[in-house]
Ligand binder design. Structure first.
Ligand code: DLL
Length: 432
């Protein structure tokens, strides 16, 4: 099933012509309207007119998350403010978050792409879509919402949390499509079983799960426990939000919507573009975005691309499931966390040593974050009450900055293993 067969099944030749036309326009607009791009292009000795073929894309400099932070809040925008109709922001960054903006046309494009994603997993205008992605600055909630409404399906804008109520509504409203993170889907399944309910009590058919990495094992688990078909959806705020790529019924890679984005895979060390099939860092360029054109964005996500034809009939390139990150970002309950954010909180609070570790586990299907941090000899032999106060201070600060409820464990001096190379800051024990 397609939402836009013409776009999704276009011949590769026509697709590439379209990409080139749109790329040229994007590069010109970025150069003209965004000081950052003008300056980095000039430094690299490149002008928009140098882009004559799709291969020329590799001449352009990369954009990284830090560029968004440096330009906080609106420095990378390419349109005047009165053209912006929506802001979103990415989760879990200390200090300056990543701010993104959309024009009316951008919201329309995004709704179209999300409609494609939902239809790809079997949503129709008769569907009831229970949208348990978070509503708010996070792109998941409103992204799915607009796509579902665009199709003409009925959306339940329930957002995440309050799981028992979520399940009651799912049953009573006859939900057939569930959208949320894969870990939350598993949690819903557990609570369902605790409530004495079985999949037969529901009309659920399919789920659109993303915003965090998940494995084939996890897919099997979710599919068995909820008796549904589970599909992967990928996206990131900097590019548009959810709706960059989605699986089709073949579940063999996610089609990237190439009429709106150009994908490359690079060697994360050298920045060199890798040939098809090789694993590396995904780099994305937007070619239709108005408010925030993004050129060669280094996603930090590790995957590979295949152009082999897909049985579903779509011609767009497929990316494999994301297997990891090139940096040390972890995603805990849907929140993106960098160890350095925890580090700056610890430094700010003081009274601890600069030796810490983040231990992530999954209890049932809920992610748990434990922050282990060494305290000084003196502090360690101090009264328990003082230690408890310190734990409390750190916990409160982590909660307010990162939005995560973490367990803080103060440990003895020199008990966190030292490393001769890169410090091992993250121990991820989740078996996903
Ligand atoms: O997570 C957008 C989204 C919402 C995608 C709902 C899918 C569904 P950010 O908060 O900016 O945006 O986080 C983007 O999350 O660079 C990946 O590391 C990770 N990520 C997103 N989707 C997947 C996925 C949203 N399907 C970051 N598999 C990205 C693995 C994913 N990782």
């Amino acid at each position: 099933m397609y939402w836009n067969q013409e776009a999704e099944c276009m011949s590769r030749e026509r697709l590439q012509q379209l990409q080139l036309k749109r790329l040229k326009k994007t590069v010109e607009r970025a150069y003209k309207n965004v000081a950052h791009y003008r300056s980095v292009f000039q430094k690299a000795g490149i002008e928009p007119g140098d882009i004559k073929s799709l291969d020329d894309l590799s001449k352009l400099p990369f954009t990284v998350k830090q560029d968004f932070r440096d330009a906080y809040p609106f420095g990378l925008f390419a349109v005047p403010h009165n053209e912006i109709v929506r802001y979103h922001s990415s989760s879990g960054t200390t200090g300056k978050p990543t701010v993104v903006g959309y024009t009316r046309n951008d919201v329309a494009t995004w709704s179209e792409l999300m409609a494609r994603c939902l239809v790809s997993v079997g949503t129709t205008r008769n569907s009831v879509v229970q949208n348990a992605y978070g509503y708010g600055l996070f792109t998941g909630g409103l992204g799915v919402h607009y796509g579902a409404e665009y199709i003409g399906a009925a959306v339940i804008p329930i957002s995440g949390g309050n799981t028992q109520r979520q399940i009651m509504i799912m049953k009573d409203f006859g939900t057939d499509i569930l959208t949320c993170t894969p870990s939350y889907a598993l949690y819903i399944a557990e609570v369902m079983a605790d409530m004495g309910l079985s999949p037969a009590d529901f009309k659920l058919k399919a789920g659109l799960f993303g915003a965090e990495p998940w494995s084939e094992n996890m897919r099997r688990e979710i599919e068995a426990r909820l008796n549904i078909s589970a599909y992967d959806i990928y996206g990131l705020s900097e590019i548009i939000g959810p709706g960059v790529a989605v699986e089709c019924e073949e579940k063999n890679g996610l089609h990237i919507f190439e009429d709106h984005f150009i994908a490359e895979i690079i060697n994360p060390e050298s920045g060199e573009v890798l040939p098809g099939g090789q694993q590396g860092e995904l780099v994305l360029t937007t070619i239709t975005k108005e408010a925030l054109p993004v050129i060669r964005y280094r996603t930090g996500d590790v995957t590979s691309l295949t152009e082999e034809t897909c049985l579903c009939g779509r011609t767009h390139v497929r990316m494999n499931k994301v297997t990891g990150r090139t940096d040390d970002m972890i995603i805990v309950r849907g929140v993106n966390v960098f160890p350095t954010q925890v580090e700056s909180i610890l430094l700010e609070v003081g009274e601890t040593e600069p030796h810490y570790q983040l231990v992530v586990t999954r209890e049932g299907s809920l992610d748990m974050l434990e922050i282990r941090v060494e305290v000084s000899e003196k502090m360690f032999s101090d009264r328990i009450k003082r230690l408890e106060e310190l734990e409390d201070t750190i916990r409160t600060r982590v909660e307010s900055v990162l939005g995560i409820n973490a367990k803080i464990r103060l440990v003895e001096p020199r008990s966190i293993p030292r490393s001769e190379g890169k410090a091992v800051r993250v121990i991820d024990k989740r078996q996903i």
